[in-house]
Write a protein of this length. Structure first.
Length: 319
């Protein structure tokens, strides 16, 4: 029988995973944006932009994949508005604004064009980034996400109870549930042979990071996500894409993820995991993410070479 990772009460030492440099980046008209930045020793290495999901942060979503990404790429990750260390603003949370924040960060750091990797809510943000700022995006990798978030009865039910969820986030009961539920969820893939789950040493850190979110903004972000619908335009995005489908996902059904892949004409990879795959299956997640990024980079390079060759032929014909 699979062993479950212990509760927070069983882990007292605060151990942090490796994370790259964190910095506050001042962006004209947008205040200060918090980012994790890793620069690969090879200046020609692809640049990856990490876009996290709803109620997460860039560290919560991607920390377990940072080492694998750092071996091959430069990357930058942003905490979205109201999430983690992300900026606080009196403006309502809009996915379009969050995508523009990411674009402004990439421009300020002079990192583009990037491969945008979006997990869950980060998927819509990546799609909007490619639509609104195509010159900054060389490819997309969408993970555990969908074209829209209202087409199923379960989605509609979730958004109906959203105000209650927001109030509950402010209670001690939410903290107690996290202390019990997070280790259980992450322990769902324990190996029968025993051994420590890769995330187990970091459980106290993970749970403390989850408390950084602004509950009010979480509700607003949920409302924004519920209104998102890329079905009319996703197929028009002229960018190489990859999609990671979490086949045991109970929050974003696999068939919704497959519809997104079809609309984008994307290369796909399957991971038999629930929605929290970045933490429950960190090694498999990191390996498949690297495969998808490499595939997108290769196809974008082939496309760029083809465009250059076509331009050269046209110029020669004109002369």
């Amino acid at each position: 029988m699979a062993e479950v990772v212990g509760t927070l009460a069983q882990v007292t030492e605060l151990v942090l995973p490796w994370v790259p440099e964190g910095r506050l980046v001042r962006v004209e008209g947008r205040g200060e944006l918090f980012a994790r930045l890793h620069r690969h020793p090879d200046p020609q290495a692809p640049v990856v932009l990490l876009l996290h999901g709803w109620t997460a942060s860039v560290d919560l979503q991607f920390a377990m994949a940072y080492p694998a990404l750092a071996e091959r790429y430069s990357f930058v990750g942003i905490d979205h508005r109201g999430h983690g260390r992300g900026g606080r603003t009196p403006d309502p949370f809009r996915l379009e604004d969050v995508a523009d924040d990411a674009a402004a960060l990439v421009r300020t750091l002079e990192l583009g064009p990037v491969v945008a990797v979006g997990y869950s809510m980060g998927g819509p943000i990546a799609l909007l980034l490619a639509r609104r700022h195509p010159e900054l995006v060389r490819g997309l990798v969408a993970q555990a996400t969908a074209l829209d978030w209202r087409s199923t009865w379960r989605d509609r039910l979730l958004w109906r109870v959203l105000p209650v969820f927001g109030s509950w986030l402010r209670t001690k009961g939410y903290r107690r549930l996290l202390n019990r539920a997070v280790p259980w969820v992450l322990g769902a893939r324990r190996r029968d042979a025993g051994g420590e789950h890769p995330v187990q040493p970091y459980l106290p850190w993970l749970l403390s990071e989850m408390s950084r979110n602004d509950p009010f903004v979480m509700v607003e972000a949920g409302r924004a996500l519920s209104a998102f619908d890329a079905r009319p335009w996703a197929g028009d995005l002229a960018v190489p894409a990859g999609v990671l489908i979490t086949t045991a996902d109970r929050l974003v059904w696999p068939r919704q993820q497959q519809s997104l892949a079809a609309a984008l004409g994307a290369e796909t990879r399957m991971l038999h995991a629930d929605h929290f795959a970045t933490l429950s299956h960190p090694e498999d997640y990191a390996a498949l993410t690297v495969e998808l990024i490499d595939g997108v980079v290769q196809r974008s390079s082939v496309g760029a070479a083809g465009s250059f060759a076509g331009s050269a032929v046209s110029s020669a014909a004109e002369t």
